[in-house]
Design a protein around this ligand. Structure first.
Ligand code: G6P
Length: 377
């Protein structure tokens, strides 16, 4: 498969533009119209994958870990399964005590990240050594590379099918990983009867509408973020704030900006700002606030207001409405259910980082000191 930038200036931009297609393929594959009513999503797993499951632990690095954090939110809040996320590099040397009936999920786009593979191997070894069936290794890999080392290591694989990604900074594979977790959350919620038929059907309807929404969003924000990026030419620090299901998108926004523009950025859960980061704020520090309607909407807006009171320039990733008039610049996102919102808020976050880096004339696809996959510890 030969990678071609087509008319795009960088692979990263092309891959951001490919996201509607990533979503379309996912919907076609996992939400076909002929699904039976007791099986809300088509996943390649048999009964033993789901049986007696009590908890989930997810191991990942970098952007994959951010997808895992959204995944954990969905698995806990939508499907009702206790779920923990670990940096694979930390898990290797400080795993939690073994618990029975646990599914371990390794998330790695490349399927080759050394820390993630080693953490999974260690988890399997410990479980085998325990001997009791309740502790037997049950491992799932979520990857864009089904031919990778990961597949040889774990019994279950979810191929995110995002197609080759050349840019070092992950974009469409992040979306693909998120979608994998939406699929799992739907499957678990239905099997455990944690959500009503209507709640499940609503989430599925929103997922089916996603490709079209992503298409409009990418077109809109490609232009808006290019204009906004000019204002960031001399910025040294940026704070990203989000809460709840969008907190990991704030982390991802900060990571993307650091990776490709070399601007210092931090992602925080917005309620935590007052416990330290607020000391950094002044007119030179832009604050990107992800404020989507839902359980924490008013809270995020009031956190943004606190930043504004310290003269920070506020950029909102939020719907256009009277409540969001406080933002100095708005990157509008349509009002959707909170469950689905990270799949949309990720678009302006990616395009903002992209255009800032491109504006600074940097090598967006091959940032300094970074590799697409890190196969050493
Ligand atoms: C590298 C890349 C990151 C990526 C991380 C995990 O550090 O620069 O963009 O998120 O590896 O990669 P993986 O292939 O395991 O998802």
């Amino acid at each position: 498969q030969v990678a071609d930038k087509r008319h795009f200036r960088h692979f990263m931009l092309k891959e951001i533009h490919e996201q509607p297609e990533t979503a379309e393929l996912w919907v076609a594959r996992h939400l076909p119209p002929d699904l039976s009513s007791d099986d809300p999503v088509a996943l390649p797993f048999d009964h033993s994958f789901y049986a007696d499951l009590e908890r989930i632990q997810i191991l990942a690095c970098g952007t994959s870990r951010h997808a895992a954090l959204v995944g954990a939110y969905l698995l806990e809040q939508f499907a009702g399964i206790p779920t923990s996320v670990f940096y694979a590099s930390e898990f290797r040397y400080a795993p939690p005590p073994l618990a029975p009936h646990t599914l371990t999920i390794g998330v790695t786009q490349s399927g080759e990240t050394a820390d993630t593979l080693a953490a999974l191997a260690m988890d399997a070894q410990r479980r085998q050594a325990h001997g009791e069936p309740a502790f037997a290794p049950r491992q799932l890999g979520v990857t864009n590379r089904p031919e990778s080392s990961l597949t040889r290591q774990v019994p279950y694989i979810l191929d995110i099918g995002a197609g080759i990604e050349v840019g070092v900074a992950a974009t469409k594979t992040f979306l693909g990983q998120l979608l994998a977790f939406y699929g799992l959350a739907l499957a678990f919620a239905a099997r455990r009867s944690h959500r009503s038929v209507t709640e499940i059907a609503n989430l599925k309807d929103e997922l089916r509408a996603l490709p079209h929404q992503l298409h409009s969003l990418v077109e809109l924000h490609d232009q808006r973020c290019e204009v906004l990026a000019n204002r960031f030419a001399d910025t040294q620090d940026v704070i990203f704030l989000g809460r709840g299901i969008n907190y990991p998108i704030a982390l991802e926004g900060a990571l993307k900006l650091k990776e490709i523009s070399y601007i210092h950025a931090e992602g925080y859960p917005a309620g935590e700002m007052k416990h330290g980061p607020i000391a950094l704020l002044d007119a030179r520090v832009p604050v990107v606030s992800i404020a989507m309607p839902g359980v924490v909407f008013e809270k995020v807006l009031s956190n943004a207001q606190e930043a504004k009171a310290r003269d920070a320039k506020l950029i909102g990733v939020a719907p256009e409405c009277p409540d969001t008039a406080l933002f100095d610049a708005l990157l509008p996102v349509p009002e959707v259910s909170e469950w689905i919102s990270p799949l949309l808020t990720l678009v302006p976050i990616q395009l903002l980082s992209y255009h800032i880096a491109a504006h600074r004339g940097l090598d967006v696809d091959q940032p300094r000191n970074l590799a697409k996959s890190v196969t050493v510890e």
